[in-house]
Design a protein around this ligand. Sequence first.
Ligand SMILES: Nc1ncnc2c1ncn2[C@@H]1O[C@H](COP(=O)(O)OP(=O)(O)OP(=O)(O)O)[C@@H](O)[C@H]1O
Ligand SMILES: [Mg+2]
Length: 126
Amino acid sequence: MSKLCEVLAIVRTNKMLATKKALEDIGLPSFTALKCFGRGRQGGRIEELTYPVSPEIAKKAEEATYNFIPKRLVIAVVPEAMVKKVVETIIKVNQTGQHGDGKIFVLPVENSVRVRTGEEGLEALF
Ligand SMILES: Nc1ncnc2c1ncn2[C@@H]1O[C@H](COP(=O)(O)OP(=O)(O)OP(=O)(O)O)[C@@H](O)[C@H]1O
Ligand SMILES: [Mg+2]
C-alpha cells in the first residue's frame, strides 16, 4: 500500500476560504477544517491578529494571564507523493511575512477506510 500522510495546518481564520479554494484547485476535494485556538512563540499576543479588534477586546487580551488566538486547523490526509504540493500550496496562500502566519505538521498515517464501501488505503482517500 502506498504511504498516506496527514497534513495538519494551523492557519489564520481570514485565510480559510482562500486555503480551501487553493486546495480544491490542486485536486484535493476532501479535507477537514476545525475552529481552534492556538499560540506560537509570541505566546498569543494580540498583535498576531492581522485584523483590528475593539479597544475592550485588546485590553482584555493584554491583561489575560494566558492568551490564545483564534485559528483554523486544516486536516488533509493525502498520498505521500502529494505532500509537497499541499504544503507549498498552503504556504503560498498563507505567507504574509508576519508572525502568526501558521504552522504545518506532516504525520504518517496507518490506513484509511471509506465507511460506505469498505475501501481502504489510497482508494478510500478521494
Ligand atoms: N509547536 C507547536 N505545536 C503545536 N501547535 C503549534 C506549534 N507551533 C505553532 N502552533 C500552532 O500554530 C499557530 C500559528 O503559529 P505561528 O505561526 O504563530 O508560529 P510561530 O512558531 O510563533 O512562528 P512566527 O514567529 O512566524 O509567528 C499557533 O497559534 C498554534 O496554534
Ligand atoms: Mg507566532
